[in-house]
Design a protein around this ligand. Structure first.
Ligand SMILES: [Zn+2]
Length: 96
């Protein structure tokens, strides 16, 4: 579906550029070509919305929320321990 949307948008852009070029007697033909090529490059370089959704924040160094969820919190001292840990790393209290 993404490709169909692109083809539709592309033809709209081409049509508008062609109309602009014809109405000005060919003066805008070169700028119109640049716009079309620029649009193509923009489409090819820009990642799709689905790819963006998978990487929120991009270059952020904070760990994803799933990392903190996959940890056991000690009921005795509140320290975070590995999910497969049996005893608290901080106080030695037996983890649930
Ligand atoms: Zn503890």
């Amino acid at each position: 579906m993404e490709t169909l949307k692109f083809i539709f948008k592309f033809f709209v852009v081409v049509f508008l550029c062609a109309m602009a070029a014809v109405s000005t007697g060919g003066i805008l033909l070169i700028p119109a070509m640049i716009i079309i090529i620029g649009y193509l490059i923009h489409y090819l370089v820009t990642p799709s919305k689905a790819e963006k959704a998978q990487k929120p924040g991009g270059t952020r160094t904070t760990p994803p929320p799933s990392a903190s969820l996959a940890r056991k919190v000690c009921r005795h001292c509140g320290a975070q321990n590995a999910l497969d840990g049996v005893y608290c790393e901080a106080c030695g209290y037996k983890l649930p």
